[in-house]
Design a protein around this ligand. Sequence first.
Ligand code: CIZ
Ligand code: SF4
Length: 354
Amino acid sequence: SPSDPDLVERARKAKEKLGDKVFVLGHHYQRDEVIQFADVTGDSFKLARDAAARPEAEYIVFCGVHFMAESADILTSEDQKVVLPDLAAGCSMADMATAEQVAECWDVLTEAGIAEQVVPVSYMNSSADIKAFTGKHGGTICTSSNAKRALDWAFEQGEKVLFLPDQHLGRNTAVRDMGMSLEDCVLYNPHKPNGGLTADELRAAKMILWRGHCSVHGRFSLDSVNDVRERIPGVNVLVHPECKHEVVAAADYVGSTEYIIKALEAAPAGSKWAIGTELNLVRRLANRFAPEGKEIVFLDKTVCFCSTMNRIDLPHLVWALESLAEGNLVNRIEVDKETEAFAKLALERMLALP
Ligand code: CIZ
Ligand code: SF4
């Protein structure tokens, strides 16, 4: 839907007034009305790095969700202030692993006598607390683009991996890219005593998967894939690795948002694609590539936007920019020093991955 022209003008004015003092980051899953004001777009990791590469920007306005703003705060300098236009823009997946639950899990692994063999690997989509836990226990962060390299590294450090918080990315990477079997993986349920696992099950496992998932990507099903293949003969099915294992197994291609964009850029005219990722991005890609004769559809019409991503709308962005332009620092996301130090350790291990 077209954006309100008054708000567009107000956002433009406030941004102009701030000049180089502000840098606006736009995650791929953001609304069009917000993305039009982004200085750069990208996935969460690219955006955090882009922010760090702009030390002259005093304010980083992060159009995305809370864990991403935290990561940007961790990777940018002391004097840069990260602002999230709506504090209610969280991530249900990141919320599925709390610091208390993860500490309790570590006790369970210690009880089972395996904690020394376990290396934590945490997906970028996790709170700063979970990243700090990961750093403290010798582990690394990963994104959906480098999950295999992170697991390769982790299995050089220890015999087992605790993968947080997205079970699907963990399972898909282990089985698709690492040659493990589904039986090598166990699911740790933080809502059950001992994670719902026996000590023997934990000792036998190679991958201990946290029972978290993305409420958007987790909704695509095997039926979504079968239906689209029937509806559009010759369609290429391309999905994000946060989708369920059966969906990933049935797809033609699997990759991160950056991978999806590159694949569509390289796709020949006349090719047909069904994409399993967030709807704002898929719609934008469909519009962008339609003139080149590439037909792009959303994998399943019953799945919708990421509701927390969509909380960042033009009114919230205007409010944040105008406040900053008037000298009021609003909605700052600031990670405390100790958490930041350990989280940074985990992020730096990722940056050092071969
Ligand atoms: O699903 C998400 O939220 C993704 C892919 C985030 C990101 O950019 O890493
Ligand atoms: Fe979280 Fe999924 Fe939304 Fe990404 S798409 S922010 S993982 S709920």
